[in-house]
Design a protein. Structure first.
Length: 100
């Protein structure tokens, strides 16, 4: 968590039993909420398409133009989460305008 806790509400979950190794980057409440929304959008699309986790992340990697090592929602900021949500909505409904 942020050194200024509780004045700063940024924190990140840690791997259980793994010497407190962080699962992602510090995030304030807004970014944490966006990450939840991005995960949900990705899960919804995964279920709609009948893909496994590897398949949906491979799709996301290609859409974002990022290497696999950088495609982790827990590492994303607000902008990248918004991008994931938009991409998932567009993929679920191809009639959604690209600027939406």
């Amino acid at each position: 968590m942020c050194r200024r806790w509780p004045a700063c509400d940024a924190y990140v979950k840690a791997h259980p039993g793994d010497s407190h190794r962080p699962m992602g980057r510090l995030a304030n409440e807004t970014v944490r909420r966006k990450r939840v929304q991005a995960h949900q959008a990705l899960t919804d699309l995964q279920n709609r398409w009948g893909l496994d986790k590897e398949g949906i992340y491979y799709w996301l990697q290609n859409e974002l133009g990022l290497p696999a090592s950088e495609v982790h929602i827990a590492m994303f900021g607000e902008y990248r989460c918004d991008q994931v949500i938009r991409l998932c909505r567009q993929a679920a409904d191809p009639h959604t305008p690209r600027s939406a």
